[in-house]
Design a binder for this molecule. Structure first.
Ligand code: SF4
Length: 305
């Protein structure tokens, strides 16, 4: 029977042939996001994206949907907004939702760039074996992060969040995503970033290059006018269009992913890439989104190590 879900939807990255995510469901607490990342792609399809609004009756609608989703299914919060976008500090609706999702026996992957996630460790740690947190860090330079992600908490506070989550036994994936030419693509900077997150306890690195949309490229060029011509050359002249995005040429994307993979593996971390089409360079047996750690048997194995 066809079931119309209200607010928890099957994950569908616009049917992108590059996406290697496992089957999962997506729950966004908010429409729009206040982190205002220059490179955000959600702003290309969500009107007024940088003004986050709580979804109408989100808890009631999620409770309805949860009754129709099989126990043990994977739910990701969130993919087109950050579940800990600034209003969440006061409103606490993500907190209510993670409690509902986990109480119904689902597996939960939280994807965020906010240290506010540590507020909810008390709930997450009651469901160890079914939860994982992916924290995005594009640079450990707080000044550069303020230009790239002006509304998001600093990388320093995100690294501290990794430490606290791991201390509570919660698996953490770090998304080094996106890598943007001339901005955060320097080998030494990436090496320092990966070392810091490895020391803090991250288990997996998932990385991806910047895929430009028309609006995000305009924002990027406004914020870094000295790079405008170079970015145009890389994306508009030498780049390729894939599924509605401007991608860098394949050779360059591959060299970035190889670089991150090598550093991640030097630190004993799992490596995966996201929507690059390089299925051969990831660590075998692990999902690109980090959700492998939401399987209880994987978690048990991790505990035994
Ligand atoms: S955190 Fe994600 S959804 Fe929010 S503005 Fe940044 S890229 Fe967009």
């Amino acid at each position: 029977m066809y079931m119309k879900f209200s607010v928890i939807k099957p994950f569908d990255p616009w049917r992108s042939p590059m996406c290697t995510c496992p089957r999962k469901w997506v729950l966004n607490t908010y429409t729009g996001c206040g982190h205002r990342c220059l490179y955000c792609y959600a702003s290309s399809y969500i009107p007024n994206h940088f003004t986050p609004r709580l979804k109408r009756m989100v808890v009631e609608r999620a409770e309805y949907d949860l009754k129709h989703i099989p126990r043990g299914a994977l739910i990701e919060m969130s993919t087109s907004s950050d579940p800990y976008t600034p209003p969440e500090a006061e409103r606490q609706f993500t907190r209510k939702l993670i409690h509902r999702v986990l109480s119904r026996g689902m597996r939960l992957l939280i994807t965020t760039k906010s240290d506010l996630v540590v507020r909810d460790i008390d709930i997450l740690s009651k469901h160890l074996g079914r939860v994982a947190v992916a924290i995005t860090i594009t640079t450990i330079n707080d000044g550069l992060a303020r230009r790239l992600e002006p509304g998001a908490p600093s990388p320093t506070s995100r690294i501290e969040a990794i430490r606290l989550l791991r201390r509570a036994g919660i698996p953490v994936i770090v998304r080094v995503d996106p890598i943007i030419p001339y901005i955060n693509d320097e080998y030494r900077a990436l090496r320092d970033l990966i070392k810091r997150v490895a020391d803090a306890g991250a288990l997996q690195i998932t990385s991806s290059t910047y895929k430009a949309k028309a609006d995000s490229l305009v924002r990027m060029k406004r914020a870094f006018p000295e790079l405008a011509d170079k970015l145009d050359e890389l994306y508009k002249v030498r780049g390729v269009r894939i599924h509605g995005y401007m991608y860098l040429e394949e050779r360059l994307r591959y060299s970035y992913m190889r670089m991150v993979k090598e550093v991640a593996e030097e630190h004993g971390l799992i490596f995966e890439s996201c929507r690059e089409g390089f299925t051969n360079i990831g660590t075998p047996g692990f999902a690109c989104d980090g959700s492998t750690f939401t399987f209880p048997e994987v978690y048990e194995e991790l505990r035994r190590l």
